[in-house]
Design a protein around this ligand. Structure first.
Ligand SMILES: Nc1ncnc2c1ncn2[C@@H]1O[C@H](COP(=O)(O)OP(=O)(O)O)[C@@H](O)[C@H]1O
Ligand SMILES: [Mg+2]
Length: 263
């Protein structure tokens, strides 16, 4: 009888060690019908690696938000499959979907959506409180130190700058230690300095805390914070740039503005 490292260790490594944080397999999404029919996503396949910061770019209307919403289980697909970790999102009923979003996914939107009557700390722990879960204090401390707002935790949103409010919203998304964070234009309402604060935080959460972040942005400078930029056009994935710089991203974007130009 032979024994292998696998069996001695109780079997092969679990799926969490191998699977991407999230994955879309040929997903399509159509809105409306007849004259109003829009193919928002046209057989898009994408795999989002763990511990990576991915930016999603493309012209307005190219399907960026739809892709995020479908991958996060906020919207349904017409065909194809979406996985978060080893869970098939596209196969879940409403109850399981709600639980998946609550336990495994973090969201950050352009609008901060903080509760004005709660302090920064209360906002950060609100989703956990609603779920009746106890925060992992060590993790929460790490998140709070990374957002750099320990002195402001008792402040209400109106007493914080836009950048600080969005950092609180990011911390709220991270408090439950989600498998993946989806951020749709998180710096869209911020001046460039506040935007840089939020982007640094998102990048640090990936580098130092091993978070997985996907962010839609219009801004080449914002995209340059990511490890990988993927480009959508007309509901299709058309290009990607690893280790992006703002210059490389800008250069690629010029291609979108000159349709029909061929070398
Ligand atoms: N709820 C909706 N109903 C109808 N059409 C929609 C809806 N959401 C998005 N669309 C259309 O789908 C396409 C992709 O939209 P969206 O994903 O929001 O693009 P982006 O985020 O890249 O600007 C656009 O043509 C948009 O008008
Ligand atoms: Mg959008």
């Amino acid at each position: 009888m032979t024994s292998t490292a696998h069996t001695m260790n109780g079997g092969p490594p679990g799926p969490a060690a191998q699977t991407p944080a999230a994955r879309a397999d040929r997903i399509s999404k159509v809105y409306g019908r007849g004259d109003a029919r829009v193919v928002a996503l046209d057989e898009v396949s994408v795999s989002l690696d763990r511990g990576r910061f991915t930016a999603v770019m493309g012209p307005s209307g190219s399907g960026k938000s739809t892709l995020m919403h479908c991958m996060a289980g906020l919207d349904s697909v017409d065909s194809g499959e979406v996985y978060v970790g080893d869970i098939e999102v596209t196969g879940l009923d409403d109850k399981r979907l709600t639980r998946l979003r609550r336990d495994r996914i973090g969201f950050v939107f352009q609008a901060f959506n903080l509760v004005p009557t709660l302090t920064a700390l209360e906002n950060i722990t609100l989703p956990l409180d609603i779920a009746g879960r106890k925060a992992d204090q060590a993790w929460l401390d790490t998140v709070i130190d990374t957002i750099g707002l320990r002195e402001r935790l008792k402040h209400r949103p109106s007493e914080l700058s836009g950048g600080q409010q969005q950092r609180v919203a990011c911390a709220r998304a991270m408090a439950s230690r989600p498998e993946i964070i989806f951020a749709d234009e998180p710096t869209g309402n911020l001046d460039s300095r506040s935007g840089a604060e939020v982007l640094s935080f998102l990048r640090n959460s990936v580098r130092e805390m091993g978070q997985t972040v996907v962010m839609v942005t219009h801004d080449p400078v914002a995209a340059a914070y990511a490890d990988l930029v993927i480009f959508l056009a007309d509901g299709r994935l058309v290009d990607q740039i690893p280790d992006p710089t703002a210059e490389k991203v800008l250069e690629r974007m010029k291609g979108f503005e000159l349709p029909g130009v061929t070398p």
